[in-house]
Design a protein around this ligand. Structure first.
Ligand code: PHE
Length: 339
């Protein structure tokens, strides 16, 4: 039996020496020191020994057990240390490696152009006014001389919250809200998002941006309108830019006009951007309809005014030569990085 114990000792020590993975240590413990392990097996057979030999064999067995346990403990420690060293080595941070710069953000082209336009109008003495995007039918249509069932409502179909509340189809309701609160002289622009129930394509989006302008005072004429728009167009599209007013109809202005600017790309010669006409339509305008002034208790015999409304996205597209309005709303970084 002593020989058997020696054999176990040698075999176990040899096996332990060859182990190089922490996971394998438990297997080792079970095999030699566990309840069903080699050592226990030998001790079980002790009953068959003569009484005087038992203590001696018992002592050797204990010795073997102690030795194996302490060797196992040492091995565990060594392997754990080695694993830690390997991990530290792998996770080592080289603080001298140059850092990665976070990408610098930039303004969306719509914001950039809006800031530019605001500057131009602030320079002419306009204030900036804002209004809600979720608007009453009254402000969006009714008070702008577009009563229920007016056929011109069809051109501005929108998203209704209920019968009286909708997503505004233009920035013109801010005219009414401003004139309700403030008496002339009034000189404001109102930029903001507007909504229409339009099918999405290269030139239509159910959400887009407008800038409204409104001037009300004594003796305001169509000449003032033309002058302001001329200064504006030259500032945005260059000093040679010409403006042209074409008669049009809006229920809230009378007379009304659509305003074209000479094409900044071809200087009027005709190109793809202006559909070979030399002109680009950029806004609607006119003299504030007397009925609109009456709605907000401003006396049309005493005061007159002009208003205009332009699509901001369209101006962005013309300025940058962008041919699809969807690009402005998709937030594709590859596109936005170019500005
Ligand atoms: N609100 C009009 C539109 O969205 C534009 C406009 C504004 C026309 C002010 C005249 C005066 O089509």
């Amino acid at each position: 039996m002593k020989a058997k114990l020696e054999e176990i000792r040698l075999e176990a020590l040899h096996a332990l020496e060859g182990l190089d993975e922490l996971d394998k240590l438990e297997e080792f413990r079970l095999k030699y020191l566990g309840k069903k392990g080699a050592l226990t097996q030998v001790l079980r057979g002790m009953g068959g020994l003569p009484a005087e030999e038992r203590p001696i064999v018992g002592q050797i067995a204990n010795e073997v057990r102690n030795q194996l346990e302490s060797e196992l403990e040492q091995k565990t420690k060594d392997l754990k240390e080695a694993a830690l060293t390997r991990r530290l080595e792998a996770e080592k941070i080289d603080v001298t490696v140059p850092g990665e710069r976070p990408g610098l953000g930039r303004l969306h082209p719509v914001t950039t152009v809006l800031n530019e336009l605001k500057d131009i109008f602030l320079g002419m003495g306009f204030d900036v006014a804002e209004g809600p995007e979720i608007e009453y039918d009254y402000y969006n249509f009714e008070a702008l001389n577009l009563p229920k069932n007016h056929p011109a409502r069809d051109t501005q179909d929108t998203f209704y919250i209920d019968n009286t509340i909708l997503l505004r189809t233009h920035t013109s309701p801010v005219q009414i809200r401003t004139m309700e609160k403030q008496k002339p002289p009034i000189k404001i622009i109102c930029p903001g998002r507007v909504y229409r129930s339009d099918e999405v394509d290269a030139t239509h989006s159910p959400i887009f941006h407008q800038i409204e302008g409104l001037v009300v005072d004594k003796g305001i004429t169509m000449g003032d309108l033309k002058g302001v728009l001329d200064v504006f167009a030259k500032a945005v599209f260059g000093p040679e830019t010409k403006t042209k007013l074409r008669p049009h109809h809006f229920p809230f202005t009378e007379p009304s006009a659509e305003v074209d600017v000479s094409c900044a790309i071809c200087k009027g010669a005709g190109c793809r951007v202006c559909s070979y006409t030399g002109w680009i339509e950029i806004l609607g305008a006119g003299m504030v309809h007397p009925r609109v002034l009456e709605y907000v208790n401003i006396d049309p015999n005493e005061y007159s005014g002009f208003a205009f409304g332009m699509g901001l996205d369209r101006i962005v597209n013309i300025k940058y030569g962008i041919d699809d309005i969807r690009l402005l709303f998709e937030n594709d970084i590859r596109f936005l990085k170019q500005f």
